[in-house]
Design a protein around this ligand. Structure first.
Ligand code: ZN
Ligand code: ZN
Length: 241
């Protein structure tokens, strides 16, 4: 009965607010994105061979999995990082619409797509979003990584913890900074309120975009120090193509 009422209510809502594609706003029936946007997303999926550690796609896209030169040179404080998409076109537009225009309808589908890219193997017990500094949070009104992480935790059956990892110092936007500057910018910028929560736990860090990985490494380092085994997932990955 309750279900019947629920479906009547949702059909009513659909009549008053017809569903639209959260990215381009064309009318939809049941699907999450319109077919044009779905195709644009699909063309950006990272599907070929990637670095076993950091998940960067190899240019050839074929051959056996191996570790990239950078991960061999300087080992990462996480076991594995993976991303769903190359950060370009539809994915870039979707993240901009979500982060800067506050189009909240994108939070769930983008979170679900990030969850689908989570590294296989050891399932995470705790999902942790990369935090914003409270000043940035006050400006934007929401943390895009937390909204996506909520969906990731739900899909993976893990506990969401968004109050322990904190950005303790304001950092510059990483946009436009070189790799070395990015590292310096985020060095020592994160801390755990209660490190004991993470001791012996498997933790999945969630962020929107991975560029040089400096932010992710810094967060992972803090969690690893607390005794966690850390892996990471982002919706997108900046790749020179
Ligand atoms: Zn669309
Ligand atoms: Zn690598």
């Amino acid at each position: 009965m309750e279900q019947a009422q629920g479906s009547v209510l949702s059909s009513l809502v659909d009549i008053i607010f017809p569903p639209v594609c959260p990215l381009c706003e064309v009318a939809l029936r049941k699907e999450e994105f319109c077919s044009a946007c779905t195709q644009r997303f699909a063309s950006l999926r990272i599907t070929g061979t990637v670095c076993t550690v950091c998940g960067i796609p190899f240019a050839s896209g074929a051959g056996p999995e191996h570790t990239c030169a950078r991960c061999i040179r300087s080992p990462m404080p996480f076991t594995r990082a993976r991303s769903a998409f190359v950060y370009d076109s539809a994915v870039l537009e979707a993240l901009h619409a979500f982060k800067y225009d506050g189009r909240m309808a994108l939070a769930a589908p983008l979170g679900r797509m990030a969850a689908s890219a989570a590294p296989a193997g050891e399932p995470p017990e705790i999902v942790v979003p990369v935090p914003l500094h409270r000043k940035r949070l006050a400006e934007r009104g929401f943390n895009q990584s937390l909204l996506m992480a909520r969906r990731v935790a739900e899909d993976l059956g893990a506990r969401l913890d968004y109050s322990n990892l904190a950005r303790t110092r304001e950092t510059l936007s990483q946009v436009g900074l070189r790799e070395k500057e990015r590292r310096k910018n985020v060095k020592g910028a994160f801390a755990l309120r209660d490190p004991s929560v993470f001791s012996g736990r498997t933790v999945l860090l969630v962020d929107d975009v991975l560029t040089t990985g400096a932010t992710m490494e810094e967060c992972a380092g803090v969690l690893e120090e607390a005794g966690a085994r850390v892996s990471a997932v982002t919706l997108a990955r900046a790749v020179r193509i």
